[in-house]
Ligand binder design. Structure first.
Ligand SMILES: [Zn+2]
Length: 254
């Protein structure tokens, strides 16, 4: 008897079929850097995309004359302008302090609450298992979002949300951007210029010629991701179901 393949038992969801997506980001520019062209493609196709930003971004500068509070205010404005260009419907700001001091449990609780409020089909977030990722805001945010996706349907997890009138909500897919193990490549040839324009709105993050440098890097990666696939430019994701995220030995190679 032929045994079914593990990957056939648990297929990878189609990201572009998700009509409501919660895009979780540690800082106000992460979503644009990792997935901006896909966000624009989703909203053009009629999907609702809601941003959930974990930190206030207040330490993202080498300029000591700007206070964290002032930078947080500037970055919120930049983030709203950039996300607006991509057609994002709504933005939720949690305002945890920026700067590698996030703790997992409170961030996870707030993401579970956002999932129960927003009720998305899928969430997007940076891959917390990216080798050599030194920024703990990125690791904690990605891990908290992955755990939240696994737990949001369980009523005894954060039961205070139910006491507040919210209901549990299952997630169908998690799309990790900034991943070294992609399994999904979205054709973003048409929306790439929009991503670059959105990135340019984060002026505080790209002093001097650094916007040109990161733009060139991301563009080169987009061509690499699309190579041999029949389109020009792609953003790459590791898309998994919540089932893949718990005791699933093959998830890393799905
Ligand atoms: Zn970041």
């Amino acid at each position: 008897m032929t045994q079914p393949k593990v990957k056939d038992l648990l297929p990878i969801p189609e990201l572009m079929e998700m009509r409501r997506v919660l895009c979780v980001q540690a800082h106000p520019d992460d979503g644009e850097i990792g997935a901006g062209a896909t966000v624009a493609k989703l909203t053009r196709a009629g999907a609702d995309v809601i941003y959930l930003t974990i930190t206030d971004g207040g330490v993202g500068t080498e300029d000591v004359s700007i206070t964290p509070a002032e930078l947080a205010r500037i970055r919120r404005g930049e983030g709203e302008e950039a996300a607006g260009l991509l057609g994002v419907n709504e933005m939720i700001w949690l305002d945890f302090p920026d700067g590698s001091c996030l703790e997992l449990a409170p961030v996870r609780e707030r993401i579970i609450k956002a999932i129960r409020e927003v009720r998305p089909k899928a969430i997007m977030v940076m891959d917390p298992w990216l080798p050599y990722e030194a920024h703990s805001d990125h690791r904690i945010t990605g891990l908290a979002a992955a755990e939240a996706a696994m737990l949001s349907a369980f009523p005894h997890v954060c039961p205070q949300h139910l006491a507040e009138g919210l209901e549990t909500h299952p997630i169908e897919a998690v799309a990790f951007y900034g991943t070294s193990r992609p399994n999904t490549f979205i054709d973003v040839t048409e929306t790439w210029p929009l991503k670059m324009e959105a990135l340019s709105k984060h002026k505080s993050q790209f002093p001097g010629g650094s916007l040109e440098m990161i733009g060139a890097y991301l563009t080169a990666k987009a061509y690499e991701h699309a190579a041999g696939k029949g389109f020009e430019m792609a953003e790459a994701f590791k898309v998994l179901t919540p089932t893949h995220l718990h005791f699933f030995e093959d998830a890393w190679q799905c």
